[in-house]
Design a protein around this ligand. Structure first.
Ligand code: S3P
Length: 179
């Protein structure tokens, strides 16, 4: 495996981080970890419940703890929650220890992909297109700091995983890392 570092998937809700991450892990022979699921395991409740009971600030504190833990230990594919890369400490740790891949989706794709889900507290009760568009404005300049950007369009998770693998290999090559 020529990468040798944890691969962190970054991007907005609906960009495909979890589904693509699972495929990428299979392709690269790595384990897959979804940060939101790990947060839920350590809190003993869902992300939605954490937001409802304790608020976003507490969720972000838990997210930081869990992400910093997941960035140590075995090399893996790690799907981060959409807000994780926005936390400077998490971002710095990702920069230092991992390779980041931004799944960059347009508004139409994000709206379509999140339209059937009800578990995302930031989208609850909001006009989805408006909320996602605001989040794109706030976050895309920061997500752009990821090591690699891969467009997330109508492609299947398996196709996306292939695309990411190729981009990772190109990136490793440019950095002078050889298999
Ligand atoms: C959030 C994204 C969610 C989850 C939480 C907050 C965000 O994860 O961490 O609801 O701030 O964008 P997904 O991006 O996996 O939906």
């Amino acid at each position: 495996m020529p990468i040798g570092q944890t691969i962190v998937l970054v991007g907005l809700m609906g960009a495909g981080k979890s589904r693509v991450g699972l495929e990428l892990a299979k392709l690269m022979g790595l384990s897959f970890v979804d940060a939101d699921r790990e947060i839920e395991k350590s809190a003993g409740m869902t992300v939605q419940e954490i937001f409802e009971r304790y608020g976003e600030k507490e969720f972000r504190a838990g997210e930081k703890k869990v992400m910093l833990r997941l960035l140590t230990g075995e090399v893996k594919v790690l799907a981060s929650g959409g807000g994780a890369f926005m936390q400077p400490e998490i971002r710095a740790e990702i920069k230092e220890k991992a390779i980041s891949v931004w799944l960059k989706a347009d508004l139409e794709t994000l709206v379509a992909r999140t339209s059937r889900t009800t578990h995302r507290p930031l989208l609850a009760g909001a006009d989805r297109a408006e909320k996602l568009s605001d989040l794109m404005d706030a976050r895309y300049p920061v997500y752009a700091q990821a090591d690699i950007t891969v467009p997330s369009d109508g492609s299947s998770p398996a196709e996306m995983a292939q695309r990411i693998r190729e981009a990772l290999l190109r990136h490793a090559d440019q950095q002078g890392v050889h298999a």
